[in-house]
Ligand binder design. Structure first.
Ligand code: ATP
Ligand code: MG
Length: 352
């Protein structure tokens, strides 16, 4: 992987609670973490994956680039959750022209939107496990208006959107460069963000199943709002430990634990459905990322439900990191939140 000056990109992960930006450099000694930064965005700026407050978000992005002294304007961003459909389908040909026609004529049955309203992309995964005459194809459909919205946002921030990726793919991209052992073991990547959870079952760097659901750390805020009749901003203050008079830390802990347990059960259900399916490969490793990793009990619940080796992703392990620029205390806090921005920064302008 060589980043020429021309084709290198800044990875920008626009999460619904934190935006993250990463810029990498390739040197003779290896990959270097050049820039990385995060900034919170106001609750309600992004709702269900849609940008509600364009001006304020563009401004947050501009400030983040400025504070990190990032001059590069070409960025890779990603989308996920509600408006993105990812499905593995089977087709009986791998001739490019025929495959293209088959996918476009059959896509409608897999996508809950009008076919004219989505951008479709696909990638051949390999031979079907059921029949050697068939191939598995990964179908990705993203709503056109969502893509247009994010392009507008990036331009409003004074940047050039070069690649629009999918969160789950960017996460997998990062997984692939981390020096993990035992990649042949069936591995589940779980990213629990503020408003969505992405699941990806992998074996030897190939995805076997991808799924997004709407669980996330925002549910803690929503629960506080409904139990204590406070605003979402007050709930956030309570979580930050700045409003103990309204909501005690014990109560927040109780709410968080309950949620962590329900996320684990949900994930366990998906895994069980997958395991009783055709492949029957037991998930042996789980790698967690996203703000959900900080929620007490989550890792333990997963361990007790899934009997797999559970760890937290640290994408910085794949890089040469200057401790003066990025102290250990920062790296520990940022590591679980960084993988998608890093995966995007690994893209090049000429990537598909
Ligand atoms: N150090 C921490 N302690 C506790 N909770 C944290 C910590 N850091 C992050 N979080 C939680 O994680 C959330 C952010 O996680 P993340 O950055 O993965 O979400 P996001 O990418 O913005 O959301 P999404 O991908 O769902 O749109 C915060 O809203 C907060 O609830
Ligand atoms: Mg996220």
């Amino acid at each position: 992987m060589i980043f020429g000056k021309k084709d290198h990109l800044v990875g920008l992960d626009i999460g619904s609670s934190f935006i993250k930006v990463a810029e990498l450099k390739v040197t003779g000694k290896g990959l270097v973490l050049h820039k990385f930064g995060m900034a919170p965005i106001a609750p309600g700026t992004i709702v269900e994956g849609r940008v509600v407050d364009m001006e304020s978000l563009a401004n947050d992005i501009r400030i983040l680039f400025k504070s990190q002294k990032i001059r590069e304007k070409n960025v890779a961003i990603s989308t996920g959750g509600h408006s993105v459909v990812i499905k593995t389908i089977t087709a009986s040909t791998n001739l490019e022209k025929e495959l293209h026609d088959t996918i476009y004529s059959e896509a409608e049955q897999y996508i809950p939107y009008d076919i004219d309203d989505v951008n479709i992309d696909y990638q051949v995964l390999g031979e079907s496990e059921f029949s050697p005459d068939q191939i598995n194809v990964l179908l990705v459909a993203v709503k056109k208006d969502l893509v247009a919205e994010y392009i507008d946002l990036i331009r409003l921030a004074g940047l050039n959107p070069q690649i629009i990726d999918v969160d789950t793919f960017a996460l997998q991209n990062t997984y692939e460069i981390i020096p993990y052992e035992a990649r042949e073991k069936t591995t589940l990547l779980i990213d629990v963000g503020a408003s969505k959870t992405s699941l990806n079952v992998l074996k030897a760097n190939s995805s076997l199943m991808m799924r997004d659901n709407v669980s996330g750390t925002n549910q803690i805020l929503e629960e506080i709002v409904s139990q204590f009749d406070v605003t979402i901003d007050e709930a956030q203050e309570a979580v930050n430990g700045e409003a103990d008079d309204i909501v005690s830390q014990d109560k927040i802990r109780e709410i968080s634990l309950k949620l962590a347990q329900s996320w684990s059960s949900e994930i366990c259900e998906v895994v069980n459905t997958y395991q009783t399916g055709a492949n029957d490969e037991k998930v042996e490793k789980i790698i967690l990322s996203g703000g959900g990793v900080f929620i007490e009990g989550f890792k333990d619940y997963l361990l007790s439900e899934l009997d797999a080796d559970v760890s937290i992703m640290n994408p910085f392990e794949a890089f040469i990191v200057d401790e003066k620029k990025f102290p250990d205390s920062f790296i520990t806090k940022a590591a679980p939140l960084a993988p998608i921005a890093i995966g995007l920064a690994l893209r090049r302008v000429d990537d598909k």
